[in-house]
Design a protein. Structure first.
Length: 411
C-alpha cells in the first residue's frame, strides 16, 4: 500500500494538530518533526511508531488532542495486563464510527429490515455500543442484550425473531450448542452472524455456521482506533475490506519494524486520518495479517487485509520452538474426529517443558487414534513433541466473552 495525496494531507494535518496541543503524547514525541519535510512514502515510514505502552504511560488522558468541552465520551481497554488505556471521543468521532459501522452492516448484506441482537459488552468497552451505533444509523431494530444470561438471550432471539447475531466467536458457539441442546433450531430466524474480538479457526467457523444456519462475517477493530467497525469481510471472500478514508494501514515485520510488501504476513500498523479526540500515528496493533492487493469480486473500492491470524505478542516458546495459537488450530483443522475447541497447558517438570494439548473429539471418534494422529501432526508441522489429550465434546470451558486457550504455568 502507498499513501495517496489525500491521505498524506490528512496525516500531516493530524501531526500538526497533536503537536500543538499541550500535554498530548505527541507534543514531545514529535517536537523535532516538521511536516514540511514529509514529502515521500519513505519520509512517512521514518516516523517513529506509537506503542501501546506509551498510551499507558500517559494515563488517563495524555492522548487527548482537543479541549474537554469537545469530548462527549470515553472508552477504555480492559487493563487486564496493566494500566488501562483511555480513549476520548468527540461528537464527530462518534458520528464517524457510526458511519464506518453502518458500512460494515451494508457490506454484510444487512438492511433496516433486520433485527440485530447485540451480545458483546457495553460500558467502557467499545464493542456493544459500536454495534448499536451502526445498527441505529442503518435504521435496523437493535436488541441490546450484552453478554451472559443465555436463557434470556435465546428467549429474545426466538420471541423477537432476531435475524442478525453480533458476538464473539466463543459466545456464538456457546449459543449454537445451547440451541441444539434445547431443540429450538426451528424457532431461530438468524441469517447472518457478525463475529469479532478474537481470532477463530476454520473448524469453529464451520461449526457456528452449520449449527446456527447463518452466513458469517469477520469484523475488525480495536479500542484504541474507534473500536470494532474499522473493517469487515464481504460475501465474496474471507479477507476484510477496511475504510481507507478513515485509517491508513501498513504491514510491518514485527521484529525489524520494516514495512513489508503487499501479500506478506506481518503486524498491522494503523494511522487514523480523521480522529479528533485521540489521533494515533503509526500505532502498532500487534495483530497479524497481510494486505490483499487483488481487487475483490464484490466490486467494493475499499482495500483489503486478510483475516487476523494471531498476535505478534501471543507467541510462546516451548523447548526453543516458537508457537502461535494459529499453528495449533492449523494442526487440529486437518485431523478428522477433532472438534473446534482446544486448550493448551504448558508446565515445567524435572527440568523439562511439557506441553499438553487438550482437544474435544467428535462423537464416535476413536480417541486414542485421534490423539496419536494429533501428536504426529504437531511434531511434523510445528516441530515439537507434545502430550495430546482428547476429551469428550463439551468438556472444555465455554465463554460468554473471549476464550483463554493457552495457559503457561512455568512462570
Amino acid at each position: 500500500m502507498q499513501l495517496n495525496d489525500k491521505q498524506y494531507d490528512l496525516i500531516k494535518r493530524q501531526i500538526n494538530k497533536v503537536k500543538q496541543y499541550d500535554g498530548n503524547l505527541y507534543q514531545k514525541k514529535f517536537a523535532s518533526l516538521n511536516t514540511e519535510d514529509l514529502v515521500t512514502q519513505a519520509d512517512f515510514e521514518a516516523i517513529p511508531f506509537t506503542e501501546k505502552d506509551e498510551l499507558r504511560e500517559v494515563y488517563p488522558l495524555g492522548i487527548q488532542a482537543v479541549p474537554d468541552t469537545e469530548i462527549v465520551r470515553i472508552h477504555s481497554s480492559s487493563g487486564t495486563t496493566g494500566t488501562p488505556i483511555i480513549i476520548p471521543y468527540t461528537k464527530r468521532d462518534v458520528e464517524d464510527w457510526a458511519l464506518m459501522f453502518e458500512r460494515c452492516y451494508e457490506t454484510a448484506g444487512i438492511t433496516n429490515t433486520d433485527r440485530i441482537q447485540i451480545t458483546p459488552g457495553y460500558g467502557l468497552w467499545t464493542a456493544g455500543i459500536g454495534f448499536q451505533l451502526g445498527a441505529e444509523k442503518l435504521g435496523a431494530m437493535t436488541i441490546p442484550m450484552g453478554p451472559g444470561n443465555t436463557a434470556k438471550q435465546l428467549k429474545m432471539m426466538v420471541d423477537l425473531k432476531s435475524t442478525v447475531l453480533c458476538a464473539t466467536s466463543s459466545y456464538a458457539l456457546l449459543l449454537a450448542e445451547e440451541i441444539e441442546k434445547r431443540g429450538i433450531g426451528e424457532k431461530i430466524h438468524l441469517r447472518k452472524g457478525i463475529i469479532g474480538s478474537e481470532r477463530w479457526g476454520d473448524k469453529m467457523r464451520d461449526r457456528i455456521a452449520d449449527e446456527l444456519g447463518v452466513e458469517l462475517y469477520d469484523i475488525y477493530g480495536l479500542t484504541e482506533v474507534y473500536g470494532p467497525g474499522v473493517g469487515i469481510s464481504c460475501h465474496k471472500d474471507e479477507p476484510m475490506h477496511y475504510w481507507d478514508d478513515f485509517v491508513y494501514i501498513e504491514i510491518i515485520d514485527p521484529k525489524t519494524g520494516k514495512v513489508l510488501p503487499d501479500g506478506e504476513i506481518g503486524e498491522i500498523v494503523i494511522t487514523t486520518l480523521r480522529k479528533e479526540g485521540a489521533p494515533l500515528i503509526r500505532y502498532r496493533t500487534h495483530d497479524l495479517s497481510r494486505i490483499i492487493p487483488e481487487k475483490c469480486g464484490c466490486g467494493s473500492k475499499f482495500p483489503r487485509i486478510d483475516r487476523i491470524i494471531g498476535r505478534s505478542d501471543d507467541m510462546i516458546k516451548v523447548k526453543g520452538v516458537n508457537i502461535y495459537p494459529g499453528q495449533v488450530e492449523d494442526v487440529l483443522r486437518d485431523v478428522k474426529g477433532v472438534s473446534s475447541e482446544y486448550q493448551v497447558m504448558i508446565d515445567h517438570m524435572n527440568g523439562k517443558d511439557i506441553m499438553t494439548l487438550f482437544f474435544e473429539t467428535e462423537d464416535g471418534a476413536d480417541k486414542k487414534a485421534v490423539e496419536k494422529e494429533v501428536g504426529a501432526a504437531f511434531k511434523t508441522k510445528v516441530g515439537l513433541q507434545i502430550k495430546p489429550m482428547g476429551v469428550v465434546m463439551g468438556e472444555l470451558p465455554r465463554s460468554e466473552k473471549k476464550t483463554t486457550r493457552i495457559f503457561d504455568n512455568r512462570y
